[in-house]
Design a protein around this ligand. Structure first.
Ligand code: NDP
Ligand code: 2IT
Length: 448
């Protein structure tokens, strides 16, 4: 889609010039700005109010050194980030990613997208993201703890239950959140809901662990339903085998699907009669091993090296749940060639722009990450609500609120797409619906 509006065209050029080399950030901004063209034509007042110009510039970028001691006694140094992007509608909120690929571009793209995703949840949550280039793979529990403590020793200066509430993302799960929460409590001397994704014994919410994957399937289910299709009897391919992938698989199976393949960054396991999810949970959540282990315990399964090859596995529904740009044009062609009818993004920005265009041009139903994976942060919002009330809801209560929120997100996206003349285009719908609430809040608060 080519941008024709002069203001938007210039703004995008400016973003690229001011953030040189940050390809992931450029990609995320370009998609949003393209989708907002008709909104700006209809509401030129947002230009004078500086809404778009303010939105593409983070409120602040916090970048810090994270020294820690490894098991051999050697001091190691990583880089930490927290990018607080926008707090027009609520305190900053978004995950922390620990992965060697983490850099400013990646945290910026994630923080930028988080603004619109959090707005779509209908909850009062601003947008932020953070993390480190620390690689948790192969580290001992003691090393993970010392790293998390050092990371929080610096981060604690910038966050707070009403200021900025981080959570997990790639490489950050309940274990890491626990160590960071402990360190925050120790330094600040307060027990508050400063992080979400906490353990159930100290303020975590039931169903938060499952929420992103469950929410992804609830969203996909709405989209399928409207097209007269269903998970029931469908063959599903899921990339990744982390938190999002595992609970997406669980819900897809509950809804009657057969999950035939799952992956990690090295390769994928294919199990024609359906992945044994308990085995995957055991390998990944308990033993913290590779997905290649799956075949050593399931004779009928096969393992293939190269994570991107997973898209060549024939399926009806594909759920990319690993990382950004993991589903490219080649993958999209393979999916379409094999008759896949729906792609829903569990990961953030997993599908490249040319792949999205190809899928949509070929009639594949497409659920964009901002909307489809928003169930995770929405349930973080519910965790914050429970912490504020000093109360906790049952699993079913949280799950049914999550389901309701996701249904509403689907409706907002679908309605916005229709109002702007792009019926069925959920990418347009998600960006527009997410934007409008934030834009109105920024204008009311005198954002310029
Ligand atoms: P996890 O760390 O639990 O799992 C990540 C999975 O993705 C692992 O299987 C990992 O394999 C794989 N992966 C990571 N990096 C790459 C890569 N460069 N290439 C191929 N595979 C890779 O993370 P989550 O499940 O929490 O996150 C997955 C995605 O979902 C991310 O995009 C995240 O931003 C997004 N997300 C997460 C939410 C949450 O609540 N956790 C909420 C919304 C979105 P390996 O072990 O080999 O690295
Ligand atoms: O990308 C995301 O939405 C997350 N990693 C979850 C953020 C959160 O605050 O729960």
């Amino acid at each position: 889609m080519a941008i024709t509006n002069e203001y938007i065209k210039n703004l995008l050029c400016e973003v690229k010039e001011r953030n040189p080399g940050e390809s992931e950030f450029h990609q995320a901004v370009e998609e949003v700005l393209e989708c907002l063209e008709p909104v700006i034509e209809k509401h030129p007042e947002y230009i004078n109010a500086g809404v778009l110009a303010n939105l593409v510039e983070p409120d602040r970028i916090i970048k810090f050194r994270v020294p820690w001691v490894d098991d051999s006694g050697t001091v190691r140094v990583n880089r930490g980030y927290r990018i607080q992007f926008n707090n027009a509608i609520g305190p900053y909120k978004g995950g922390l990613r620990f992965h060697p690929s983490v850099n400013e571009s990646i945290i910026k793209f994630l923080g930028f997208e988080q603004i619109f995703k959090n707005s779509l949840t209908g909850l009062p949550l601003g947008g932020a993201k953070g993390g480190s280039d620390f690689d948790p793979k192969g580290k001992s529990d003691g090393e993970i703890m010392r790293f998390c403590q050092s990371f929080m020793t610096e981060l604690c200066k910038y966050i707070g239950a009403d200021v900025d509430v981080p959570a997990g993302d790639i490489g950050v799960g309940a274990r890491e959140i626990g160590y960071m929460f402990g360190q925050y409590k120790r330094i600040r001397g307060e027990f508050t809901g400063v992080l979400t994704g906490k353990g159930i014994t100290y303020g975590g919410s039931l169903a938060r662990k499952e929420a992103t994957g469950f929410g992804l399937c609830y969203f996909t289910d709405e989209m399928l339903h409207e097209a007269g299709k269903t998970f029931d009897g469908a063959r599903v391919v899921i990339s990744g085998s982390g938190n999002v992938a595992i609970y997406a698989a669980q819900k897809a199976i509950e809804l009657g699907a057969t999950v035939v393949a799952m992956s990690d960054s090295d390769g994928y396991a294919y199990d024609e009669n359906g992945i044994d999810l308990e085995l995957v949970k055991n390998i990944k959540e308990i033993r913290r091993e590779r997905i290649s282990e799956y075949t050593s315990e399931r004779d009928e399964a096969t393992y293939r090296v190269g994570s991107k090859n997973i898209w060549t596995v024939p399926c009806d529904i594909a759920l990319p749940c690993a990382t950004q740009n993991e589903l490219d044009l080649g993958g999209a062609r393979a999916l379409v060639g094999n008759g896949c009818f729906a792609v829903a993004e569990g990961a953030n920005m997993p599908t490249t722009p040319d792949a999205i265009a190809y899928l949509m041009a070929n009639g594949v139903l497409f659920a964009p990450a901002k909307a489809a994976n928003a169930g995770g942060v929405a349930t973080s919002g519910l965790e914050m609500a429970q912490n504020s009330m000093r109360y906790s809801w049952s699993f079913d209560e949280v799950d049914s609120k999550l389901h309701e929120i996701v249904k509403n997100i689907y409706k907002s996206c679908s309605d916005a797409a229709r109002v702007y003349g792009k019926e069925g285009d959920l990418v347009m719908g998600a960006n527009i619906a997410g934007f409008l609430k934030v834009a109105e809040a920024m204008r009311s608060q005198g954002a310029v």
